[in-house]
Design a protein around this ligand. Sequence first.
Ligand SMILES: Cc1cc2nc3c(=O)[nH]c(=O)nc-3n(C[C@H](O)[C@H](O)[C@H](O)COP(=O)(O)O)c2cc1C
Ligand code: SF4
Length: 504
Amino acid sequence: MEPKNSRREEVLERLEEAGGLRPGATPSVHRSTGIPAADIYGVATFYHLLAEPDIDVRVCQGLSCHLANCKSLLEDFQGMGLEAAYTSCVGRCDLAPAHWRKDGKLATPAPFLGSIGEERVFDLDGGDGERYEALAQALDWGPDRVCQELEASGLQGRGGAGFPAFIKWNAVRGQAETERYIVLNADEGEPGTFKDREVMLRRPHLVIEGLAIAALTLGAQDIYLYIRGEFEDCRQALAGAVATARRRGDLDDSVHWHFVDGHGAYICGEETALLEALEGKRGLPRLKPPFPVEKGFRQKPTLIQNVETIACVPAILRKGGAWFRALGTTEPGTKLYCLSGHVQQPGVYEAPLGTPLSALIAAAGGTVGTLKAFSPGGASSGFLPARQLDIAMDFGSLRDAGTMLGSAGAVLLNDTVDMVEAALVQAVFFEDESCGQCAPCRIGTRSLRRALESYLTQGRSSGALDHVREVAWGMGEASICGLGQTAALPMTSAMKYFPEEFGL
Ligand SMILES: Cc1cc2nc3c(=O)[nH]c(=O)nc-3n(C[C@H](O)[C@H](O)[C@H](O)COP(=O)(O)O)c2cc1C
Ligand code: SF4
């Protein structure tokens, strides 16, 4: 491990070593880093895993786990005398109701993997035997040709925004500054999403090779892998892949690999909040511009890429950009879709980008009960009614439908589900995970959650919801980052498609 750039960057690691926010931790980290104790306290309280270190078991209260009766699981753990509490999402929606133990012990069945179509990029159940031929190809081709191939592939970011990858690569290359960084966003925390987890566990070499290609192409010497704290097994798989590749001579020592743990803050999946966390601070999203490609980690040009995105790169170089582009139906490539909630076989499904949810559900053995609604791409995407099941699950089509593909974490709801309660579950999530930096989001998320609770407790009188549309508008217009900008969508979309449940 390379030394940190500053004592500030050590803060989170030191707090983790101290066992979180325990008596004596703040002064001890202050002594070792020189950072003021109040500042350290502020950082520690931001991260759930550091702020509440004595919780033995965290029970997920995300939507899929809510549907699977997480309340009773929590009561079971409490009945066993364990310190158990709800948490936002543990990235195991396929195994709902899910929990995470701080001792790392997990008793979970093997996740399910499925696919549609002949050709795949990931082949998640197909082994991981590559010998980094794509990295050798990149060395042979040089940066111009690699970026051309990436452009030809049409690869869009899989972390949520769908931004063309080649534009970011070219932007970093175009910077005059030669100190550059590559950052892997493996903080996967959007409720409904667990695809990056399976890529890291089953195809870690694709991730490592993709990162090495990025570093070579963009002239970066350091690669940071920011992995959510609950994914210890993923971290081990990636670290093991680096060690194996080095031993086999597939990787040389020209880049430094830095593995960094997340500490349980969903907002740190937002790329600039992630950079703040890497720099040892509270994960408050930055104002953009400047974008990370220009001023990212340590204010230097930085490529931040999602796990699934970067893991597509080796196949693109091996088989060609045109091959990748042709894999999709409406947009380029295959996509890893997550299915959870009221579906017979929850799991990760690789399918051509643009495959409708109806086809994915068929591959998953159908729904449990009669489908009423679905959330196409994680909590931030809101809800659509079952009649829109044939819409292409791609970035453009879902954007046109007023929602988003996001992280492609589809949650299915059958006709037993109360849409007001479903909207409330999402509202609680966003309130809990708002970083609190800007007023529209900090106050808006609380206000929406309270309005829904009042509506439910006051005999479903629609007066309780009088101001929610104005609040939602303000959040969408004035929030700094995507969390606040989309947090009202579950409620506004549920009101739009199921007005009778909201007394409208
Ligand atoms: C609130 C919020 C949470 C996010 N969480 C994640 C995440 O867990 N993983 C991820 O890759 N991207 C996440 N993103 C998107 C990132 O900000 C960024 O767009 C992405 O890492 C870029 O990589 P990509 O182009 O490969 O998708 C999130 C964005 C927002 C607004
Ligand atoms: S929108 Fe919410 S999460 Fe994003 S910066 Fe503002 S307060 Fe933080």
